[in-house]
Design a protein around this ligand. Sequence first.
Ligand SMILES: NC(=O)c1ccc[n+]([C@@H]2O[C@H](COP(=O)([O-])OP(=O)(O)OC[C@H]3O[C@@H](n4cnc5c(N)ncnc54)[C@H](OP(=O)(O)O)[C@@H]3O)[C@@H](O)[C@H]2O)c1
Length: 259
Amino acid sequence: MTQTALITGASSGIGFRIAEQLAAREYDIVGVGASERILELPKRLPGVSVMPLRADLTDRNQVDGLWRQFEQMNRSLDVAVLNAGASLGGAFIDTDLEDELRLLALNVTSQVILAKHIARAMAGRRSGRILITTSMSATTPTPYESIYGPTRAFMYSFAQGLREEMREHDVSVTALLPGATATEFHDRAGMQKTKFGDNSWKNDPELVAKLGVDALFEGRDHVIGGDRRTRWSAFRNKLSPEQVKARRFARDSNPNEPA
Ligand SMILES: NC(=O)c1ccc[n+]([C@@H]2O[C@H](COP(=O)([O-])OP(=O)(O)OC[C@H]3O[C@@H](n4cnc5c(N)ncnc54)[C@H](OP(=O)(O)O)[C@@H]3O)[C@@H](O)[C@H]2O)c1
């Protein structure tokens, strides 16, 4: 029987690569994106059935509408990937509060709402796999991206707790923690003037997606998304005091420090 994967943020970056890998495993894809380009997804993923859904996940009505549309498709939900996310660079005293509230709505609130529907649907069938893209930023304070890191820490902790609850329902939950990855992400966050403005040193989104999808099917609790240097940073973050990590992060994220 055909299996279905629902993926948010499937139009670009890590989410698109995850969609590609799940398509290669013969999953039909329901791909969600905010802009019109999600409508191109069927062309970009030939060979499987692809249903694009456009929704701005900062808007509660559109999050609910997205789930209703998924239900109307009358498909079993075998894999769900909560991946859509964004950041906002700059000093907290300068950034716009409304932008930050939208960031919280996208990175946290929409994910909790979708996770509620997904977890209930999968528990009802006693089967399913959930992948949540968080970040290495869950393991460090993130000055000059001061709201972003805490949203990823929330999702990492949420994934670990939900995983334990869902065990009795035969549903697995895996967290993917990418290191810096070469996508549109930092450009969209307005971080061009920082070390993150340059994509040349970052992880390949295809590698990050592969690590996430492999961990999902292995039923692992989490995986670091990146190369050896990224795994080393994850290990170092476990051992370092918060103040040290905050100072280190600021060197790379402060737009007023030379990159
Ligand atoms: N890139 C990194 O360095 C990095 C590192 C660690 C973790 N991550 C995490 O990886 C995930 C994916 O990021 P990425 O690097 O692949 O970024 P990306 O290339 O900017 O892709 C973001 C995706 O999310 C969608 N999206 C953005 N705002 C949305 C909204 N309001 N409603 C619905 N969809 C929306 C975008 O759709 P549209 O294009 O249509 O707007 C796009 O498909 C995020 O959760 C991020 O926190 C990224």
